[in-house]
Write a protein that binds this ligand. Structure first.
Ligand SMILES: Cc1ncc(COP(=O)(O)O)c(C=O)c1O
Length: 422
């Protein structure tokens, strides 16, 4: 360090060092295809570090700025940042279960979910004493469909959680129509599909809530982190309160609440049963930079998926099926999935790809009802869940992210071709 005097000068030196550090990061060898690669650079690290250096720690101006930018991007009125996508799902369900919400969710009420999704789409439903109702998914798009929802509805059904799986948008218009007809709450789990669209509208913006994850392998990252969006002022208010201990401090009617409780010091006035799901300023500063890069990231995911689909399409003669992009939608291809007609070859294909340093995963969790956590807890199943089970037996996905170069993609294509040639 030189004899720099002012904080601004010191910061400029730190920023220059960070840039130099990232210039020296090794590139990903063409025969290494991990599920994801951290997609951040000097600007994100400088942003996060600046928050720390300025002693901006937990939830403050950076979080508010990120929330505003995110809500504008999605096209929603409000956004509430939390510490993970799982927390966003928990918060959405918890808000709807609040006693002040008219027609709110009550223990024993049913929430319809697709059988193929992440565990923490369904866990909060059970944690709040509600009953998940699992419906099958479409074999081509891997998403739940409106007719699946219609079939699932009973007298106890009060909500639906469509999940935009692996970047592919759910066909929301018919689903919203049924939800309105039956007065159902709609929470869109958009944790795998930030930036995806259907009929020109961003997913996550259709329902009462949209939830998002910024875990490091997702479309953008704050390392860990998540977001909830809503257009409803009351739901927004409650989400802010429940995110931070259930206190009145973040609510728009705080003054009224303080008047109603004159004997309680308003610093610590608790009006709801809350959690602590707060994000940090450094995460929001990081996210603000990432959000500006999102469209470029998503375009690159789309290009990779097009390339792989073109190059692997003819493997259909070997019983390989690819996922179909939802008609009228724009998928952001969180991973690239394949399904084998012959379930018996799935393990061998995974082993073959892994041996060539191509990471594989099951298509989310397969049929969730087969997983101990859900099998052994209250639930209702609609139909046979045949497609969900089949996807668990026959499906796998590999990573698709902006760090993949044409050389990586060719490595992947060759690995698939060699397997099916043998
Ligand atoms: C569909 C879905 N919902 C929720 C989550 C939870 O997000 P997080 O890992 O940020 O808790 C994930 C995580 O991958 C997911 O895929």
């Amino acid at each position: 360090m030189t004899g720099a005097e002012t904080r601004a000068e010191i910061r400029a030196e730190i920023d220059a060092l960070i840039v130099r550090h990232f210039e020296h990061l090794p590139t990903l060898p063409a025969d290494q295809c991990p599920l994801s690669v951290p997609l951040y650079g000097a600007e994100e690290v400088s942003g996060a570090l600046r928050a720390l250096l300025e002693q901006q720690v937990t939830m403050g101006s950076q979080v508010r700025e990120f929330e505003r930018a995110f809500a504008d991007f999605i096209g929603s009125k409000h956004a509430i940042m939390v510490n993970s996508g799982s927390s966003a799902n928990l918060l959405a369900i918890s808000v709807l279960a609040e006693r002040s919400v008219e027609r709110g969710l009550r223990p024993g009420d049913e929430v319809v979910v697709p059988a193929v999704t992440w565990a923490t789409t369904v866990a909060p439903i059970l944690q709040l004493g509600l009953v998940p109702v699992l419906v099958d998914i479409d074999a081509d798009t891997l998403n739940m469909r409106a007719d699946g929802l219609r079939e699932a509805i009973s007298a106890r059904t009060r909500a639906v959680m469509p999940v935009h799986l692996l970047g592919n948008p759910v066909d929301m218009a018919p689903l919203m129509e049924i939800a309105r007809e039956h007065d159902l709450w709609v929470i869109e789990d958009t944790c795998e599909s930030l930036g995806s669209e259907i009929a020109g509208q961003k997913v996550g913006s259709f329902g009462d809530f949209g939830t998002f994850s910024f875990y490091f392998s997702h479309h953008i990252t704050t390392i860990e982190g998540g977001m909830l969006v809503t257009n409803d002022d009351l739901l927004h208010d409650l989400a802010r309160s429940l995110r931070a201990h259930g206190w009145s401090r973040d609510m728009s009617n705080r003054v009224e609440l303080e008047h109603e409780n004159p004997s309680i010091d308003p610093h610590f006035l608790f009006v709801n049963l809350g959690y602590n799901l707060r994000p940090m300023e450094s995460q929001a500063a990081f996210g603000l930079v990432q959000l500006r890069r999102l469209e470029e990231f998503n375009e690159s995911r789309r290009e990779n998926a097009r390339y792989l689909a073109d190059a692997l399409g003819d493997l259909s003669q070997h019983g390989v099926r690819l996922v179909t992009e939802q008609e009228g939608g724009r998928s952001t291809w969180f991973g690239f999935s394949v399904l084998l007609n012959d379930a018996g070859r799935r393990r061998a294909l995974c082993d073959h790809l892994e041996a060539r340093n191509i990471a594989t995963r099951p298509i989310v969790a397969g049929n969730l009802v087969l997983q101990p956590a859900f099998r052994d807890n209250p639930h209702r199943v609609v139909g046979t869940l045949e497609n969900a089970t089949s996807i668990g037996e026959r499906g796998l996905f590999i990573g698709n992210h902006p760090s993949l170069t044409p050389a990586h993609l060719d490595h992947i294509v060759l690995a698939f071709r060699d397997f099916f040639a043998s």
